[in-house]
Design a protein around this ligand. Structure first.
Ligand code: SF4
Length: 413
């Protein structure tokens, strides 16, 4: 087994742990943001409803800002206030409500898991982090810990992006914070720190600190309720003083949590020396030709053709303007021809590429894809008969388009 890291990276003094809990919780009680899922978790007496309310919020908050989530969460809980209500919804309804929130498989998985709780667990939410993770599809270690601590008072820690940042700074963890070994250490730390009598509040307080005070770029250390426990803060203040040996790195090369010897502390960065991550792979570049096909509807208003994407893969089951992926570095003329060939299949009649009007390009960044949509439009004089053997398709007005399960990228188009 690898040697444990030196004490400066750990929380080994029980008195310090107690003081940190006290300071953080007192700050949370004073400063926490008023959020709809917090109000529900505090007021809901029914344990299954409470667990469900926290679960929905945690899934929506993955990779998504709080400010964006609030409105989606409120509408979701009004429409499906219980697991049973969600289990009866159609996937189309779920996708419509989720449209614009991104990472669409989250909504689908949430609904599948709700169906499982209703049909296989008699509608009862598992009560511990271990069971939540084991029994609910799409619920990982973090989400399970959050639901169990916030809804059921289980004294279990959580580690998300905010907690990683705070813990790495509190304990000067400069090794790659995305490596499994460091993540395991951070989970151990979170489990040591979590307050035994208010675990849900403590976990939310740690995340809240990361979201509002210990932020990535310019943390507000002067206002931080736990600065006296923070090794990175001490090092920023005293780092240059040779008389303070306990704020130096542990040693060269043998500490599993220190920065690598090749990338030592950079005093110009201060506390933002931590955390450190291995460089991310750059996103893959993709080009897609897309056509906004327009016809006059029966009441004279314009209507647009949208088609449904396959039920798996990126943006599964969402609707879009007819689109075709393009090879990189095609000439514009060739791109237009590829789109015309593709549209021909929809319209069941030959179509001249020059009839397509080029509108412009729209760039949309998915987490791992840098997507460029090359947008064309085409006005149809008469009606067209669409081949029912192809993917589902329909004509929609502009209002209907916005109410459909379409991605943010298509709204930009
Ligand atoms: Fe983060 Fe600064 Fe507080 Fe340390 S003192 S936890 S770096 S905000």
């Amino acid at each position: 087994a690898p040697a444990p890291p030196p004490a400066r990276h750990l929380f080994s003094d029980p008195a310090e742990v107690e003081a940190l809990r006290r300071n953080l919780l007192a700050w949370y009680d004073r400063c926490k943001r008023d959020l709809p899922w917090r109000a529900l978790a505090a007021a809901e007496p029914d344990a299954d409803r409470r667990g469900y309310a926290v679960w929905v919020s945690e899934i929506m908050l993955q990779q998504t800002q709080v400010a964006t989530v609030i409105d989606y969460y409120t509408r979701w809980m009004q429409k499906w206030p219980t697991l049973q209500a969600l289990a009866q919804a159609s996937l189309e309804e779920v996708n419509e409500l989720w449209a614009g929130l991104g990472y669409y498989s989250r909504g689908k998985r949430l609904q599948e898991a709700a169906r499982k709780v209703v049909s296989e667990l008699a509608g009862q939410m598992p009560r511990t982090a271990e069971e939540l993770q084991k029994l609910l599809p799409g619920v990982g270690r973090y989400t399970a810990g959050a639901i169990a601590s916030i809804s059921y008072g289980q004294a279990t820690g959580v580690v998300d992006g905010n907690v990683i940042r705070v813990l790495c700074r509190l304990r000067c963890v400069g090794a790659d914070s995305s490596s499994p070994a460091v993540i395991d250490w951070l989970w151990d730390m979170a489990n040591v720190l979590v307050d035994r009598s208010r675990p849900g509040d403590f976990n939310q307080a740690l995340m809240e600190l990361g979201a509002t005070v210990c932020v990535p770029k310019s943390p507000l250390c002067g206002e931080c309720p736990v600065k006296q426990h923070c090794q990175a803060w001490r090092r920023k203040l005293f780092g240059k003083a040779p008389s303070v040996p306990d704020v130096e790195d542990c040693g060269v090369g043998d500490c599993p949590l220190c920065p690598p010897a090749t990338e030592p502390w950079d005093s110009s960065l201060g506390v933002t020396n931590f955390p450190r991550k291995a460089a991310k792979k750059p996103p893959r570049a993709m080009r897609t030709a897309t056509c906004v096909l327009e016809r006059r509807g029966c009441h004279g208003a314009p209507e647009y053709l949208i088609v449904q994407r396959p039920s798996s893969g990126l943006l599964a089951g969402l609707w879009e303007f007819p689109s075709v992926p393009l090879a990189q570095d095609l000439q514009e003329e060739k791109e237009r021809e590829e789109l015309a060939d593709y549209l021909q299949a929809w319209m069941g009649r030959p179509m001249a590429a020059k009839g397509l009007q080029f509108i412009g390009e729209v760039i949309h960044i998915f987490s791992h894809i840098h997507q460029t949509y090359v947008v064309y439009s085409l006005h149809l004089d008469g009606d067209v008969t669409l081949d029912p053997a192809l993917s589902p398709s329909r004509w929609v007005t502009e209002d209907e388009f916005h109410a459909s399960a379409v991605s943010t990228a298509m709204k930009k188009v």
